[in-house]
Design a protein around this ligand. Structure first.
Ligand code: C2O
Length: 591
């Protein structure tokens, strides 16, 4: 189908979709190219779409068709993933490197074509190759076709994309992570809408702030996206409260808070009323991390300014000279995130809900942690930080290996149902050993430690295959093995209901009775708490091969990933169509 579409070089959006309009086509050209950007007294060569950081917004109306012509003039193979777009019967456009396609090679093009149907709110797009998404990302806004929201229509939409500014060669950083990780591989700073903000300066040059001009009494919808590689962020605006109304392009039951926690991959929509005295207020994004003995990275914080239109220029009246700073949670406070996410609930009217309230066809219990593999494929080796082994991240002690010759989806297309292909193995349904997963004594990496036997991990391409319309329950267990991070787990091609979360080890005898089957939030990314667990359910109703992984980029690079393959249904309109004719060929792949 895509091949039939004429190729337009100039970027254009044919229609942003007026309220009540018929389904329209939203068309863009994304030119991927390396460019120099100057921050912190340094010119850094970065890979960008249309020269923008963050990249261009894709604005659509529910039901629209989105067409993006990707022109790759960068030196890297590229794919773009439309994070959270359900891609109903369009898995070929999902853009997951070596899962749904081979990368678009330098000096070639590919057209992504998909619909945004049955989803309203905020999503985003990002490169899904190596860790290039650090600078290759942008927001997707899907507005309701009727023009009306389940709350009062906000005066204005405000994308708030939390990002990071990197001054390192990202390809090298990616390599380092697949070789066990380097904790000196850190970004230079955090950004809000591409601006580092006035907490960053060098030789007297202060970085720009993102500035939001507001008018008193008006309501603003802040569409928060966490596009960073590493950290969950807390977000606050001094003197203001938020009403959370959406997450991952699903409406949530509105609730009021003064702090938002947003994990990599998540989007959170909040309403903010400009009801404070007309002064200047800082908006702050602060990264959190587990305390030592987890390895520590520097504190990343970016701030922007909320500026009232009628604020006195030379400060006077009741305004203080400096913009007001919000009081942020401690950077080691991971409980504020636990409570924030625990407070998300959905609308009980969701039609998918009935399907997950009854019989469950498949149960998976997935331990998320770090382990090690022996160098040179040796069957045994010294672990506990020894250089005989390489640190990896795992699901149930398997570290995911990306296929190298053909994408999983192409292999699926060439294989009869139930046939094994490309040496892909089943992801085990539970961890190989049962132990106290959340014992903090497991965190420090020490030679000869108790952890060594638990570290043993194998490297493999894993997958789980689900019958069409199977009801799947996954319980994710964050572990304390060599670290005690939370894990923002993301599934492509499906939204899932988040039924429960808890601290410590999941215990079905105790925890199943606490599942929320009445009004659970519908998400594409669940923040599995540090030293805790989260339970989700979804209906495997979208045929294809769908990547499922932690959205911490170092965790993906180290192998915390798998693939969920969903079978075609019995009829043609439940069957994945053949690939578009311009799907990139798997050439230049590794042998
Ligand atoms: Cu936003 Cu596979 O990810």
């Amino acid at each position: 189908m895509a091949a039939a579409i004429l190729f337009f070089y100039a970027a254009m959006a044919l229609s942003a979709g007026a309220a009540g309009a018929k389904a329209a086509v939203v068309e863009h050209t994304f030119l991927v190219k390396q460019e120099n950007m100057r921050h912190l007294c340094n010119d850094t060569l970065v890979t960008l779409v249309n020269g923008q950081f963050p990249g261009p917004a894709v604005e659509a109306t529910e039901g629209d068709t989105v067409i993006v012509h990707l022109v790759n003039e960068s030196p890297y193979g590229i794919t773009i993933h439309w994070h959270g777009v359900k891609q109903t019967l369009s898995c070929w456009a999902d853009g997951a490197d070596m899962i749904t396609q081979c990368p678009i090679q330098p000096n070639t093009t590919f057209t992504y074509l998909f619909n945004v149907t049955g989803q309203e709110g905020t999503l985003w797009w990002h490169a899904h190759v190596s860790i290039l998404r650090a600078t290759l990302h942008g927001i997707i806004i899907i507005r309701p076709k009727s023009g009306s929201y389940p709350f009062q229509k906000p005066h204005m939409d405000v994308p708030v994309i939390i990002g990071e500014w990197w001054q390192r060669d990202l390809m090298k950083v990616d390599k380092n992570f697949s070789n066990g990780g380097h904790f000196s591989d850190n970004p230079a700073g955090a950004t809000i809408n591409g601006k580092l903000g006035d907490l960053y300066n060098c030789s007297g040059f202060v970085e720009d702030n993102f500035v939001l001009n507001v008018e008193q009494g008006k309501t603003y919808m802040l569409r928060l996206v966490n596009a960073v590689l590493f950290s969950e962020y807390y977000f606050k605006v001094a003197g203001h409260k938020f009403t959370v109304v959406g997450a991952d392009a699903n409406y949530v039951k509105p609730y009021t808070t003064d702090v938002v926690a947003v994990a990599p991959g998540e989007t959170i929509d909040v309403l903010m009323v400009a009801d404070a005295p007309p002064c200047r207020y800082y908006m702050v994004a602060l990264a959190n991390q587990p305390p030592a003995p987890d390895p520590q990275i520097p504190v990343f914080m970016s701030r922007g300014v909320v500026q009232y239109n009628n604020a006195p220029i030379d400060v006077g009246g009741n305004c203080t000279k400096e913009a007001l700073m919000p009081e942020m949670p401690d950077q080691h406070d991971t409980l504020a995130s636990f409570y924030f996410h625990g407070n998300l609930s959905g609308l009980p009217s969701n039609p998918l809900l009935a399907q997950i309230q009854g019989h469950v066809d498949e149960h998976l219990y997935i331990a998320l942690g770090k382990g090690s593999i022996c160098k040179g494929n040796k069957p045994s080796c010294k672990r506990g930080g020894s250089d005989e082994s390489i640190e990896v991240a795992y699901m149930n002690n398997v570290s995911f290996h990306l296929p190298e010759k053909m994408s999983i989806l192409e292999a699926r297309q060439h294989t009869k149902a139930n046939g094994a292909f490309m040496g892909v193995q089943d992801l085990p349904s539970q961890p190989p050993r049962s132990f106290n997963f959340t014992d903090p004594a497991l965190i420090p990496v020490v030679p000869g430690g108790k952890l060594e036997e638990l570290e043993a991990t194998r490297k493999a391409t894993t997958m789980r295959r689900f019958a069409h319309n199977a009801v799947v329950e996954v319980v994710f267990q964050s572990t304390a093995t060599m670290q005690s991070d939370s894990n923002p787990m993301h599934l492509h091609g499906h939204d899932f209901f988040v039924l429960a979360q808890g601290h410590g080890n999941y215990n079905p005898a105790r925890d199943v009775s606490g599942y929320n089957l009445v009004d659970p939030a519908l998400k594409n990314t669940v923040q599995v708490p540090r030293l805790g667990w989260a339970a989700i359910r979804f209906v495997a109703d979208n045929p294809g091969a769908w990547f499922m992984h932690c959205h911490f980029e170092f965790h993906i690079a180290m192998g915390m990933a798998t693939v969920f393959e969903v079978a075609n249904g019995p009829t043609l309109d439940e069957t994945l169509p053949p690939p578009p004719s311009d799907l990139p060929k798997c050439t230049n792949m590794k042998e």
